[in-house]
Design a protein around this ligand. Structure first.
Ligand SMILES: Cc1cc2nc3c(=O)[nH]c(=O)nc-3n(C[C@H](O)[C@H](O)[C@H](O)COP(=O)(O)OP(=O)(O)OC[C@H]3O[C@@H](n4cnc5c(N)ncnc54)[C@H](O)[C@@H]3O)c2cc1C
Length: 568
């Protein structure tokens, strides 16, 4: 099993850390019961002023709604036949085929709000029937051929951080399913420094790769919020975008090539540095979400580790002024490497979450300069010191021309320090009776304001039923020459009677609204099971047919993650 820290089942964090959980049980077929320590109390993660703000905004009174004990999570018996299990064990080795409770629970679903709700309520009906861990491309290819022959559904598993139902293992024919954990293929295989290329196994995570690259003064620079747990194979399979992807590019941009095993054979895709040999089939692997095969190797572009890191905060008086400011930066090719423009609701919440005299002084100073209802912009610059300074100077003059005021380094540094904290806070908010979820899209600069308005309206209407008042907070998280992405965080008093229905209705309304207003179905979370019904609206019926034809060629028996990407 993976040597890297595992993710706790009902929330976020390493279960071996005292705060999260203690793992018991294992290969020996023990029941795998996990003794969960409670997630930190709300008072530990949110200052009093922020708790008050949330209660007032949401009309919500914190109430204890803890998850059921992990030992009480319901798990149906494995449906994998003994014959299948034996054949898998013959191929991979007995120790790499597990049907025990602990392994199956750890591979049940991902980390969306709905996934967490189900696990917290004690439902693991989406758990795989077995978990296997191949050790090479050849083994993975043989595994896929074997599963194709036996009619066993295969769901590749990276870090298990999907937030779109990518690991739900849904199958219209209800065949047995296995989770293929890439954790044994988690090493650097080659580093070509002159070509700035690193070859890695798909199960490797960002922290381990960055530690390796640091020894050579290099970096990949892909830092999504799920960085601690997500894998490189998962990033490619979902077309992830990191926090610095305005500067370093999306994960797509960092992939020079991949090896993908399919039930019909192995594909070698991508030819660095560039090629004109027909359409680039590498695009078939990027965003394939395990529906076409399993990525078993990645060749990634790396860069020198930045010598200078400069993070700072700016404030705009309004959302419209902020968007116009970013657009101007984009037009002059001056966008920073990290760009986070928060709307007034998110800005207010972020300022209230910050505690201490510095935070109070900042709030007072913004009020004094009539930016009390304004929008915070966090920008980050990375690279050679002379270039960073020149880019910062040029961008500052554009931002000032647009009416922005500089609020200093502390804001930027504070964001950088806490950039991975939000998922931990979410667990405490869930424990206190809240609905907490995020969604994301991207649109052109022209369409973005309408998309923003439409999503907020849809979420407010849907979650406002029953006298509730949701808090909808948004920020621009990635800038492009042609537009930007929009990331939305929603908080609302949870409907304890029908929590899943409450979010499904809101998500449907928001997705309909953002697609109708010109936004993409997803900027970086992928399609998964949750977005499938809208894919045809995004790529058209012919587009869906083309994808389906490719799947039929590579995966004729439809065993590769059939529940994602393609609509029913
Ligand atoms: C708290 C939190 C924060 C997040 N922040 C970000 C963010 O900032 N940016 C962002 O882009 N995403 C973010 N995500 C979403 C998620 O982390 C990404 O989609 C990530 O790329 C998934 O990687 P993973 O290794 O966990 O993949 P998994 O969740 O294990 O799998 C995701 C999908 O890819 C398939 N898959 C996995 N590995 C392979 C492989 N080797 N070959 C073929 N298919 C494979 C799976 O079958 C599944 O369909 C966040 C998620 C959470 C929970």
């Amino acid at each position: 099993m993976p040597e890297q820290p595992e993710l706790t089942i009902q929330g976020w964090g390493d279960p071996t850390r005292p705060r999260d959980a203690t793992v018991a049980g294992g290969d020996d077929g023990a029941d795998g019961s996990l003794q969960l320590a409670p997630f930190p109390d709300l008072a530990e993660v949110l200052p009093k002023v922020a708790r008050k703000h949330l209660s007032r905004e949401l009309g919500w009174t914190p109430r204890p709604t803890p998850p059921v004990a992990v030992a009480d999570i319901r798990l149906a018996p494995s449906r994998l036949s003994e014959e299948c299990r034996l054949r898998l064990a013959l191929l991979l080795g007995e120790e790499h085929v597990r049907t025990d409770r602990a392994a199956r629970l750890r591979h049940a679903g991902g980390k969306s709000y709905l996934d967490l709700l189900r696990r917290r309520e004690g439902d693991a009906s989406d758990a795989p029937d077995a978990v296997v861990t191949p050790g090479s491309t050849e083994e993975t290819a043989e595994l896929l051929a074997l599963c194709s022959e036996m009619g066993v559904v295969v769901v590749p598993f990276g870090g298990g951080t999907s937030v779109v139902g990518g690991l739900a293992g849904i199958d219209a024919d209800d065949r047995p399913s296995i989770s293929v954990d890439m954790g044994r293929m988690a090493r650097v295989r080659a580093l070509d420094v002159p070509s700035s290329l690193v070859t890695v196994g798909p199960g490797m995570r960002g922290p381990a790769l960055e530690a390796h690259l640091e020894r050579h003064d290099l970096t990949l620079g892909h830092l999504p919020q799920s960085w601690e747990f997500a894998t490189l194979g998962g990033y490619a399979a979902t077309r992830s975008a990191g926090q610095a992807s305005t500067g370093v590019g999306r994960f797509d941009d960092l992939v020079a090539g991949v090896t993908m095993a399919t039930p019909s054979g192995v594909l070698e895709l991508g030819h660095p540095p560039a090629s004109a040999a027909g359409p680039d089939l590498l695009g078939l692997a990027l965003g394939s979400e395990g529906a076409l095969g399993i990525i078993t190797e990645l060749r990634l572009r790396v860069r020198p580790k930045p010598r200078a890191l400069e993070y700072e905060g700016w404030s705009f008086r309004s959302w419209a002024a902020g968007l116009a400011g970013l657009q101007r930066l984009a037009r002059h090719d001056l966008l920073p490497d990290v760009v986070r423009l928060s709307d007034p609701d998110e800005t207010r919440a972020n300022l209230l979450m910050a505690s201490g005299p510095g935070a109070r002084a900042l709030r007072a100073s913004l009020r004094g300069r009539r930016h009390g209802q304004g929008c915070l912009l966090v920008v980050g610059w990375e690279g050679l010191p002379t270039l960073v300074r020149a880019r910062m100077r040029a961008a500052a003059s554009v931002l000032r021309d647009g009416g922005a005021i500089r609020v200093g380094r502390r804001v930027g540094e504070s964001w950088r320090k806490h950039r991975f904290a939000a998922p931990y806070t979410r667990d405490s908010l869930l424990d206190a009776g809240l609905l907490v979820e995020t969604l994301e899209t991207a649109a052109t600069w022209t369409a973005l304001p309408a998309v923003y308005d439409a999503v907020r309206k849809a979420l407010r209407e849907s979650l406002g039923r029953g006298g509730r008042t949701p808090l909808v907070m948004s920020h621009v998280s990635h800038g492009y020459a042609t537009g930007a992405s929009l990331y939305v965080t929603v908080l609302a008093d949870r409907d304890d009677a029908l929590p899943i229905q409450q979010w499904l209705s809101a998500k449907r309304a928001a997705t309909d609204a953002l697609v109708a207003a010109g936004g993409t179905l997803t900027h970086h979370h992928a399609v998964g099971a949750d977005h499938r019904p809208w894919l045809e609206r995004e790529i058209g019926p012919l587009g869906v047919e083309v994808l389906r034809a490719v799947k039929e060629r590579l995966d004729p028996r439809g065993i590769c993650n059939p529940g994602v990407l393609l609509p029913d």
